[in-house]
Design a protein around this ligand. Structure first.
Ligand SMILES: [Zn+2]
Length: 206
């Protein structure tokens, strides 16, 4: 039995302004939901309980996502809730192609279990995407994640927000349209979650 409850948090909604490539080809809300769907299939095959903070294509509101996730966490008192929010980054306002590239992961401010979980996921992202720019806060244990009190990271659960590549960088958008890259991303997230679950199990048996 897996000990983690995975709360998938798909990015934004189809009506959210911006959140696309400057040429409109890439849509962040759609990319995120497709990745969440595939990750859910993999996680369920591994025996995880998987729920979503927002099951619609629309933005229900960040506070509503937190309320939904808190309620779901309460429904599974025997599991440790971990929210994984999947996004694409942007350097500009979406009207021009920019140069910034790479991968980063956010947790809430302060040293929490989320930092430990984020470190496992960051390690996997580095292994599965050695060629990418890894935008670490600092390349030291538990310091690699960036910290910000994004609303979805502030609920009664551990949480991380993954910013995978930049939707206003031409090379990154080409990667985001490559299904082998997306598959690799899904596998890296699942591998990271497996490491988080193993960590929880070792803590529980101590
Ligand atoms: Zn986003």
């Amino acid at each position: 039995m897996k000990k983690l409850l995975i709360i998938l948090d798909p990015a934004h909604g189809e009506e959210t302004p911006g959140k696309r490539s400057p040429d409109g080809r890439h849509r962040e809300y759609k990319w995120s939901r497709e990745r969440c769907e595939q990750i859910e299939i993999l996680l369920k095959a591994y025996g995880y309980t998987v729920v979503w903070s927002n099951t619609t294509d629309k933005e229900i509101g960040l506070t509503k996502r937190v309320q939904a996730a808190n309620a779901l966490a309460k429904q599974y008192p025997d599991l440790i809730p971990l929210m994984v929010s999947l996004h694409n980054n942007a350097a500009g306002d979406g009207s021009n192609w920019m140069q910034a590239s790479g991968i980063e992961v956010f947790t809430s401010v302060g040293r929490t279990t989320s930092d430990i979980f984020a470190d496992f996921v960051l390690k996997q992202l580095k292994e599965w995407f050695p060629e990418a720019k890894h935008r670490y806060s600092k390349d030291e244990y538990l310091e690699r994640d960036k910290e910000s009190n994004f609303t979805v990271l502030t609920g009664n659960y551990s949480a991380m927000l993954v910013e995978f590549l930049f939707q206003d960088n031409k090379d990154d958008v080409a990667l985001l349209e490559d299904q082998t890259v997306n598959k690799r991303f899904e596998d890296s997230i699942v591998s990271g979650i497996e490491e988080c679950n193993n960590y929880v199990l070792t803590k529980l048996t101590k």
